[in-house]
Design a protein around this ligand. Structure first.
Ligand SMILES: *Cc1c(COP(=O)(O)O)cnc(C)c1O
Length: 369
């Protein structure tokens, strides 16, 4: 069978003719730095977050970093973050000089456990950073309630969750601010890039200053800022991808529904009531020997990956200072997830044959799942 020996990849970033034409159009114009394309991208993206203000930057990490700066979070403050996430979530907190407080996840959604969030609040807590991991929205209704009662900011890390929603409200339109990534493997990309959404006009203005040396008017710097601008080339590509996001998201959801119906050899990802999962990753739990399971998938031509094998609290820049300070975190669900999860191909470029091969390979893993 043709293509039978090719590995089905876990991600396939799209750089098609439309993206190339958009980039070339901007390059030919000669106006390539942040300009009209970025403004148009922000305007168009705001429709995805209920019309909130949108500020484009050069990465999802910059989006998180600048958001914390704009909210005035810094030394002496604590931010509650899951340890079961990409390091960028916690890195942003440490980059502004604040302390990371790691909290466990709910086993079903893989997102922050609201009860554990509430238990972790101290007089120094300034913000909660729920991560909509794999494209599944965190329990934002309960997290917003906790934040409201305690006067805390909520920074949604929606870097994996473009167009996800809870009870009809899109992620990035629930918390104080939301952050998105346009890294090539995300649900949409701009080569590299990020976006911040917020309902607060003052926060949006501060973000615009922070991304551009603190200037609105050239050489009339108002505050200390950085240069984390998005280029017009990246924004033009982002606009093309944004126009396709709906179709791609529906394809991801249809692919996931198919896998849900076919897979019996592993625990398929549960979806919370009222949640719209956008399947940045389709992540199953494999009980038993995960390495052996992944080798078997590889042998069957099915790509797989572990996000994330090491919880952030066990990474050196977090683990070592905690050890020195005699501090430890009790995160049993995080540790269990890190040992059990495997992400399978779910991206919109998969064919029906690919999906059937993924399901068959998982179901062939053996009876101990
Ligand atoms: C990708 C990602 C980021 C960082 O985005 P970049 O654009 O790569 O900087 C942050 N948080 C999570 C959960 C991510 O998946």
């Amino acid at each position: 069978m043709p293509g039978d020996n090719e590995m089905i990849p876990t991600a396939r970033p799209v750089i098609g003719e439309d993206e190339i034409e958009a980039a070339v159009r901007v390059l030919r114009s000669g106006l390539v730095v942040q300009g009209p394309e970025v403004a148009a991208f922000e305007e168009e993206f705001s429709r995805l977050v209920d019309g909130r203000h949108c500020v484009a930057v050069n990465s999802g990490t910059s989006a998180l970093h600048l958001t914390l700066l704009a909210l005035g979070i810094g030394p002496g403050d604590e931010v509650i973050v899951p340890s079961f996430t990409f390091a960028a979530s916690a890195n942003a907190v440490r980059l502004v000089g604040a302390d990371v407080v790691f909290v466990d996840i709910e086993p079903d959604s893989f997102c922050l456990d609201p009860a554990a969030v509430e238990a972790a609040i101290t007089p120094r807590t300034a913000a909660i950073m729920p991560v909509h991991l794999y494209g599944h929205p965190a329990a934002m209704d309960r997290i917003m309630d906790i934040a409201g009662r305690n006067g805390l900011a909520v920074v949604e890390d929606a870097c994996q969750a473009h167009a996800a929603a809870l009870n009809g409200t899109p992620v990035g339109a629930i918390g104080t601010a939301g952050t998105f990534s346009f890294y090539p493997t995300k649900n949409m990309h701009a080569l590299e890039g990020g976006m911040i959404s917020t309902a607060d006009a003052q926060v949006a203005r501060t973000l615009r200053l922070l991304r551009n040396q603190g200037m609105e008017q050239r050489y009339a710097n108002e505050i200390v800022g950085a240069n984390v601008r998005m280029t017009d080339v990246a924004a033009a590509i982002g606009r093309v991808q944004l126009a396709k996001l709906d179709t791609w998201t529906e394809q991801r959801r249809a692919n996931a529904a198919y896998l849900d119906g076919q897979i019996t050899g592993a625990v398929v990802p549960p979806v919370a009531d009222g949640a719209r999962h956008v399947y940045h990753q389709y992540t199953v739990r494999v009980r038993g020997d995960r390495d052996a399971a992944m080798r078997a998938l590889t042998a069957a031509g099915v790509g797989s990956a572990v996000y994330y094998p090491t919880p952030v609290h066990r990474l050196k820049p977090y683990w070592e200072p905690d050890q020195k300070a005699g501090r430890s975190w009790d995160l049993p669900e995080t540790e269990r997830a890190a040992a059990e999860v495997v992400s399978l191909p779910v991206h919109p470029s998969l064919t029906q044959e690919d999906l059937a091969r993924v399901a068959a390979a998982v179901n062939a893993l053996g009876g101990d799942q």
